[in-house]
Write a protein that binds this ligand. Structure first.
Ligand SMILES: Cc1cc2nc3c(=O)[nH]c(=O)nc-3n(C[C@H](O)[C@H](O)[C@H](O)COP(=O)(O)OP(=O)(O)OC[C@H]3O[C@@H](n4cnc5c(N)ncnc54)[C@H](O)[C@@H]3O)c2cc1C
Length: 467
C-alpha cells in the first residue's frame, strides 16, 4: 500500500499525543504529581513558543493542551487526493529574523508567500449578484495611504507592536471607532487591504481603533511594503509537529483543567489539577503562564479574586470560522469575494462569508466566515451553502457546493473591550495582573492575532517571569 507523505504527516500529527508521550516516558504511566518551574496552559502559537523558549532560558515546563494537538488556530488540512496541504487557520508570517530563527530550530522550511492571482469576482453574497461597479482603489492612492498610515504609527503610536503598554493618558485615536480614525486621517484608500487583514475582527468600522491598528500593525505594513511574508509549503501545522517532537512528554494533551490554586505554601506555589487520558495529574509549579483566550468558562476553575474575574469579564469575543468546501462549476483559480453593494468601502455585512478562495487543490476552496455572535457550526455551514446557491441563481457564477471537506470554528476570536474601557485605562489594569500571584498571560488577547508579534511579545515577557 502506498501512502502519500501528507497522509503520513496527518497520521503522525493525529498520533502525536499518544505516541510522543508514551515514547518519552518509555510507556510508563505519567506520575500523578509533576513539578516544573512553569505550568503553561494552552498549546497554541503563544504557549508552544513560550514552552520552547522557557526551556532555552533554563526553566522546566509542563505545557497543558486541551486538545490532542499543538497549534490552536494554526491547523492544516491535508487533501489526500492531491497531497496539497491547506491551512485553515494561520497562513503567513512576517519575514523577520525571529521567525526565521524559530523555523530553523524546528527544521521548518519557509518560502516567500505569493499573493498573485487573477482578480477576485466581487459578488454581494446577500443577493448573489455581481457588484458590477465595484472598483478597487487606484494603486497609487492605496500606496500613498499605506505610507501615510505607517507614518502615523511610527510618529504617534510607536509602542503598539509591543503589546498593550499604553500611555497613562490613552490617546483618543486608540479608543475612537476605526471608521472615524480612517476619516480623521483620510485613509479611505487603505480599504480593502486593511479589511483583508482584519477578518475575524467583526465590524471593523465600529471596533475601537486600537484593535485594528494592532492587527494591521507596523510589522504587517512593513511586510507589505518591503520585507514580505513567509509561508510554510508543507503546511503550518508542521511547525507544531516539530515543536511537539522537541517538547516530548512535557506536553499533556487532552487535558482538562479541574482547578487552579495559587498561593500554596513552599517553593511551588501554583497547583493545577488536571483530568488527563492517563488519569488525574497535579502540576505544581513556581509560575503559571496562561496562553489561552480569557473567557469566563476557561477561568471558571481558577481561584481568581473578584477583581481578576471582573476585569476579564469585560472582554467581548468576535466569532470566526473557516473550512474547506468542495465546489464545482467554476475554474480552480476563481476567488468569490463577498463585496457590499453601496456599503461603506464595499464591506460585506456580517454575519457572512468573507471569501471563497482557491487552495491549489483541484475542486477545493477555502471559506472564511465572520460573525459578531456565536453561531452553531451547522448554522454557519447552512448559511454558506445558501450563499453559494444564491450566487448560482443570480447567474453570477455557475457554482455549486458539493460539501465540506473540513470545518473549524475558531471562536472565541479577537476579544475586545469597549471604547470607553480602552479610554479609561482598561489595559493598564490588565497589564497590572502580569505577575500577580505568580500568574502571567500571553497570546493574541494580550498582543494581537499575529503569530510573529506574539512570539516577539513572548521574548519580552518570559525573561521577566523570574526577575
Ligand atoms: C482563520 C485564521 C487565520 C489566521 N491567519 C493568520 C496568519 O496568516 N498569520 C498570523 O500570524 N496569524 C493568523 N491568525 C491569528 C492567529 O490566531 C494567531 O497568529 C495565533 O495563532 C494565536 O495564538 P494563541 O496562542 O494566542 O491562541 P490559540 O491559537 O487560540 O491557542 C490557544 C490554545 O489553548 C488551548 N486551550 C484553550 N483553553 C484551554 C484550557 N482551558 N486549558 C488548556 N488549553 C486550552 C486551545 O486548544 C489552543 O490550542 C489567524 C487566525 C485564524 C483563526
Amino acid at each position: 500500500m502506498t501512502m502519500h507523505r501528507r497522509s503520513l504527516l496527518k497520521l503522525a500529527s493525529g498520533l502525536t499525543a499518544v505516541t510522543l508521550a508514551s515514547h518519552a516516558l518509555g510507556h510508563r504511566p505519567r506520575p500523578s504529581r509533576v513539578r516544573r518551574d512553569v505550568c503553561i496552559l494552552g498549546g497554541g502559537s503563544s504557549g508552544t513558543h513560550a514552552a520552547l523558549r522557557l526551556r532555552d532560558l533554563g526553566s522546566s515546563v509542563a505545557l497543558v493542551e486541551r486538545t490532542h494537538r499543538l497549534g490552536g488556530h494554526a491547523q492544516t488540512y491535508f487533501d489526500d487526493a492531491s497531497g496539497v496541504p491547506i491551512n485553515i487557520g494561520v497562513v503567513v508570517f512576517e519575514n523577520v529574523e525571529l521567525v526565521r530563527d524559530y523555523f530553523a530550530r524546528l527544521n521548518v522550511s519557509a518560502i516567500p508567500a505569493d499573493f498573485s492571482g487573477p482578480p477576485p469576482l466581487p459578488i454581494d453574497f446577500s443577493t448573489g449578484r455581481l457588484v458590477e461597479d465595484y472598483a478597487p482603489p487606484d494603486p497609487a492612492a492605496a500606496g500613498a495611504a499605506l505610507y501615510a498610515y505607517r507614518q502615523i504609527l511610527a510618529q504617534k503610536l510607536p509602542y503598539l507592536d509591543d503589546g498593550f503598554e499604553l500611555p497613562a493618558r490613552v490617546p483618543e485615536d486608540l479608543a475612537m471607532p476605526f471608521g472615524r480614525f480612517v476619516e480623521k486621517y483620510s485613509l479611505q484608500a487603505l480599504f480593502p487591504t486593511v479589511f483583508l487583514f482584519g477578518q475575524g475582527l467583526g465590524d471593523i468600522l465600529a471596533a475601537p481603533s486600537i484593535y485594528v491598528l494592532k492587527n494591521f500593525s507596523a510589522a504587517v505594513v512593513d511586510s507589505i511594503l518591503g520585507t514580505g511574508f513567509l509561508t510554510v509549503p508543507a503546511g503550518v501545522s508542521t511547525i507544531y509537529d516539530g515543536a511537539a517532537l522537541e517538547l516530548g512528554s512535557d506536553v499533556l494533551y487532552e487535558s482538562k483543567v479541574l482547578s487552579v490554586e495559587r498561593g500554596c505554601r513552599g517553593q511551588y506555589p501554583i497547583s493545577v489539577k488536571l483530568s488527563t487520558p492517563e488519569g488525574e495529574v497535579v502540576v505544581e509549579s513556581k509560575k503559571l503562564l496562561v496562553a489561552f483566550p480569557p473567557s469566563p468558562k476557561g477561568f471558571a476553575s481558577f481561584d481568581f479574586t473578584g477583581s481578576e474575574r471582573s476585569l476579564f469579564s469585560s472582554f467581548r469575543p468576535n466569532h470566526y470560522s473557516t473550512g474547506v468546501v468542495r465546489l464545482s462549476g467554476i475554474s480552480d483559480a476563481t476567488t468569490l469575494q463577498n463585496t457590499g453593494n453601496r456599503t461603506p468601502y464595499a464591506l460585506p455585512s456580517l454575519p457572512g462569508v468573507y471569501a471563497l478562495s482557491p487552495t491549489g487543490a483541484p475542486g477545493l476552496w477555502n471559506v472564511k466566515y465572520g460573525s459578531p455572535t456565536l453561531l452553531e457550526d451547522r448554522a454557519v455551514q447552512q448559511a454558506i451553502a445558501r450563499d453559494v446557491r444564491r450566487i448560482a441563481r443570480a447567474g453570477s457564477a455557475p457554482v455549486s457546493l458539493e460539501g465540506f471537506a473540513i470545518f473549524r470554528n475558531h471562536s472565541p476570536f479577537e476579544l475586545m473591550a469597549s471604547s470607553r474601557e480602552v479610554a479609561s485605562g482598561f489595559y493598564r489594569r490588565v497589564n497590572g495582573l502580569q505577575g500577580f500571584r505568580d500568574t502571567f498571560y500571553t497570546g493574541a488577547t494580550f498582543q494581537t492575532h499575529d503569530s510573529s508579534l506574539i512570539w516577539r511579545f513572548n521574548e519580552s515577557l518570559l525573561p521577566k517571569m523570574f526577575t
